[in-house]
Ligand binder design. Structure first.
Ligand SMILES: [Zn+2]
Length: 102
């Protein structure tokens, strides 16, 4: 039981750190350059939020078009993939550690 709680807390810490890192350094630093792939976040999403009291109305409904909200999806997929790889690596190390203790 203790190990499950530990894995849950580790997973929560890793996912939050990944989201924070991607948001701060990819979307905000690289996104400030107008020709960047990530420019939509700073120049579209944040511009809308600044005008609407921190609310992006586009997040309230799903539209099948290449709008700023849907441009976030590849970023979220990258965060998920990087975290899955990290968790898998930790899991393998944990299994090896337990196997070597026997
Ligand atoms: Zn942002």
């Amino acid at each position: 039981m203790f190990e499950a709680v530990l894995w849950f807390l580790l997973g929560a810490a890793v996912t939050n750190a990944g989201e924070w890192f991607m948001h701060k350094y990819i979307l905000h630093v690289l996104g400030k350059h107008k020709n960047s792939l990530w420019a939509y976040h700073w120049h579209e999403h944040h511009a809308v939020c600044d005008k609407n009291n921190m609310l992006d109305e586009g997040n309230r409904r799903l539209k099948l078009q290449w709008n700023p909200q849907n441009k976030e999806l590849p970023t979220l997929a990258r965060i998920l993939l990087s975290q899955l790889l990290f968790i898998q690596s930790l899991s393998n190390q944990f299994k090896n550690y337990n196997f070597n203790r026997r």
